[in-house]
Ligand binder design. Structure first.
Ligand SMILES: C[S@@+](CC[C@H](N)C(=O)[O-])C[C@H]1O[C@@H](n2cnc3c(N)ncnc32)[C@H](O)[C@@H]1O
Length: 206
């Protein structure tokens, strides 16, 4: 019997931001190697980036089983030979699935997670990047940030609405994120202004 169940989920923001993120990724990612995406969400980014970033290998992940189903469904719908099945990774874990499976990672990509998760997820992300990345390995972050007095008013309002939904969420101070990264041996390299008051933030492993 044919099944009409389709687990693909949709996050409209991915279609708006993916082209701009891709431009930065093409410039900052190593030209080859395994790229681990932490918090892949629906998987729409994973199918888009894997197609456009060959010959790099793309490893999506998410701790939410329904989202891993969505990633797998997107992968089935738009297969790409360099897109791997979704891994179950919660950034807070002390050992990630790629470590258990012995997969060497050249870069980590994390989009729109650290403001929509507890601060411990950001700390876990930095610890994982510090453990996994080789020297000069890349950690790429995308999302909204507080930048002291230069914080966009829309990001202050977004911060309030996030905290209203969950007191552990919130738009983070860029300097706190950089300090957390430095503690794990990750050097801040650059920030790139992106549409809708978001930033791309790039770190290298020392
Ligand atoms: C707003 S969504 C962003 C998803 C996707 N990157 C995007 O841009 O559409 C936040 C994601 O963070 C994931 N997430 C939350 N806490 C996490 C954690 N501790 N470790 C890894 N991922 C986490 C959620 O499951 C969800 O997929």
């Amino acid at each position: 019997m044919t099944s009409f169940y389709d687990a693909r989920q949709y996050a409209p923001a991915t279609e708006r931001n993916r082209k701009f993120i891709l431009e930065v990724l093409q410039r900052v990612l190593p030209p080859t190697g395994n790229i681990l995406e932490i918090a892949s969400g629906t998987g729409e980014h994973a199918v888009f980036f894997s197609t456009h970033l060959k010959p790099r290998q793309w490893f999506p992940s998410d701790p939410n089983p329904m989202l891993r189903e969505s990633i797998a469904a997107w992968q089935k719908h738009s297969p790409s030979d360099n897109l791997h099945p979704p891994l179950n990774i919660d950034a807070r874990e002390s050992v990630w699935a790629v470590e258990k499976e012995g997969i060497e990672i050249a870069a980590i990509v994390n989009i729109n997670m650290i403001h929509i998760s507890p601060w411990s997820a950001c700390l876990g992300l930095m610890a994982g990047a510090g453990r996994l990345l080789p020297q000069d390995g890349v950690l790429y972050l995308y999302g909204p940030y507080k930048l002291g007095e230069q914080t966009a008013p829309s990001n202050m309002a977004f911060d309030e609405s996030l905290r209203f939904q969950n007191s552990e969420w919130g738009v983070r101070n860029l300097e706190d994120v950089v300090a957390a990264a430095e503690k794990e041996g990750l050097r801040f390299v650059e920030k790139v202004e992106m549409p809708a008051n978001n930033l791309s933030v790039v770190f290298h492993k020392d």
